[in-house]
Ligand binder design. Sequence first.
Ligand SMILES: O=c1ccn([C@@H]2O[C@H](COP(=O)(O)OP(=O)(O)O[C@H]3O[C@H](CO)[C@@H](O)[C@H](O)[C@H]3O)[C@@H](O)[C@H]2O)c(=O)[nH]1
Ligand SMILES: [Mn+2]
Length: 713
Amino acid sequence: MAPLLHTHQIHPRATLNRLHFLLYSLSLLLLLYHHTTTPSSFLLLLADVFLAFMWLLSQGFRWRPVRRWEFPELLSKVTASKDFPALDVFICTADPYKEPPVGVASTALSALAFDYPSDRLSVYVSDDGGSDLTLFAFFEAAKFARCWLPFCRENGVMERSPEAYFQSGGCDGEAEEMKVMFESLKERVDCAMEKGHVDLNLVNSLEEKEIFKTWKNFTRKDHPSVIQVLLESKKDKDITGHPLPNLIYISREKRPASLHNFKAGALNTLLRVSETMTNAPLILTLDCDMCSNDPHAPQRALCYFLDKDFSPNLSFVQFPQRFTGLNINDIYNGEFRRVFTLGEQGLDGLQGANYIGTGCFFSRRSLYSSPPVAMPSFDEFKLQSCLLSSELVLLKAHEAASSEYEHGRKEWGSQIGFRYGTLVEDYYTGYMLHCQGWRSVFCNPNRPAFLGEAPKSLVDAISQSKRWFVGLYQVCFSRYCPLLYGCRKISMLAGFCYMYYALWGCWCIPLTIYGLLPQLALFYGKSLFPKASDPWFFLYAYLFLSTYIQDLIEFMEVGGLIWRWWSEQRMWLIKGISSSTFGTLDFILSQIGCSALGFNLTTKVQKEEENKLYENGKFVFSTASPFFVSMGMIAIVNVISFIFGFIKAVRRIGGLDEMLIQLFLSGFIMTNSWPIYEAMFIRKDGGKMPESVTKASILLSSILLYLGNFYFT
Ligand SMILES: O=c1ccn([C@@H]2O[C@H](COP(=O)(O)OP(=O)(O)O[C@H]3O[C@H](CO)[C@@H](O)[C@H](O)[C@H]3O)[C@@H](O)[C@H]2O)c(=O)[nH]1
Ligand SMILES: [Mn+2]
């Protein structure tokens, strides 16, 4: 009998969730009934209906969450490690100034150093920035790999990204030597970065000089394809004589006239180029900042891919996105535990975790076709017999990387490869694979397998989510809308989950209503909710408290800390009134042809001062962004309404009884808004709110408070 390589359990949470589901749905029906008997405001009804609908969709995640365990130590009973299926690692980068080349190279080094047979491991880097700086860093990294890989192997290093390793602590002896070497690599790259191009003096080898000489007038949007085999397993050896894995740099051809489809386009180019070179049956996709933190991560994925019962329709094994360098309270909710852990466990119990763009092992065949019924044979992908750097192979590779390639081959991005047509290619690709009948697995080991970087400034965090919201709308309003298409193709519950995400951008509707309307009413002394002495009051109390308590329990149960939970719910509010509103507007404008959507990269470098503020848990506002105006406006309306509402209520008999819910609501929002008040009126450091934003917020909130007059009196 084959040994058990993995096992799973339906999460004990599921039972509680289902009980809660019953009670909560009855309460929601009561709430709707209450709305029909005491019509208070159409807008509140709208907000409640939307919240109830989102709650219903979110039940998909809560119905059958699954936990899994793998036993990689038993793999040797199934296959010898020298016979592991070949693995191609794809790493994407797109801008040397937002994604520093040394960081990208560190990610690549961490993957090259996987504990995996080196003749079966290849790392492909896609550079959408078309930058000689990135290529230069990779030439240097390839040299460094010759020492770094044996060093990691011999010392059993776990963090195989040099950047992470040297940051994490004291080095002595051999490690010190490595550090010096890495520092000099960094210096050379920084030197080139400062100049803005690779000076030929920096380059020693004649061959490299030739390459950088041709690098004239390349721009991100206009340049020929560049493919460089930097390490080749068949001939390159490390300093101990051990063969090295393959390392290939690719910058696909870009022409202003052709569509490039952002990251999905880059990944598809990698898919094709790697097909001409190593054609490994397994693929790992990584973002440029997602370093390996466990050299045995591929073995964990193999526990699923090598399971004969599991493998025939298994498309991918997704690891959670985990992050380094978060401040203690994770003020911007960079962790995204709800999405990256809870959401994935929930989907895993249905048809499989969703693809989240990085840290994901794919079976190559699933990106080309519908699920087979038989166990794939991993031998069917023959390894290239000639050298990767041979003329014939390179010719084919360049053809695969040309910008014309997909003309007349419309199946790319629709039936083959990573899917086009949205800014969230990861969500959409995973969803479409599930619709085709493929399944997937969420693999969440205790030691994070990969560690990346989360946005470290508020504008970045908000802009990132805005891009996601827009991308999700693109799927929501396509013919593959999860509610209409997904529910039929996958299952109702999985369709619900995908729809829940698709509608993420709509949180602005209930949150703006609840953030302004009850407060304006409070300001004018008008009650919108049941009195505290009214039995209906308990319905509201129950709905609010049980939602928050369930959320808290789930969050802590997957290892979250309570202050991080507070940050998470606060960021949900903040995004709900900023990125969600602007994302919705952006999407509408693009639909009526007024603007074009783009993929704004999240920057992975931070100014010193901002970094300090972040570490101390201080929000960084500093830029005059419209996002902040919407936040400032709501924060001010709430504080003014609270003060005036409170004074009015205590002066009237039974006033507090009548206004309790509204007072509580403003109080709650004010508590959440503390960093905004602080940034507007107290702080003096560089992260404080720009004066123009404060003024605009005050102006807008005064107008709103004035307009309330017509609505409530
Ligand atoms: O035209 C492009 C744009 C982006 N990228 C790469 O895509 C990755 C993700 O970009 P980033 O700016 O870091 O976006 P995030 O919002 O942090 O990324 C999340 O969301 C993206 C979808 O919006 C997914 O692709 C990512 O995997 C997921 O981590 C990076 O490695 C980029 O270099 C490209 O290769 N080409
Ligand atoms: Mn990122």
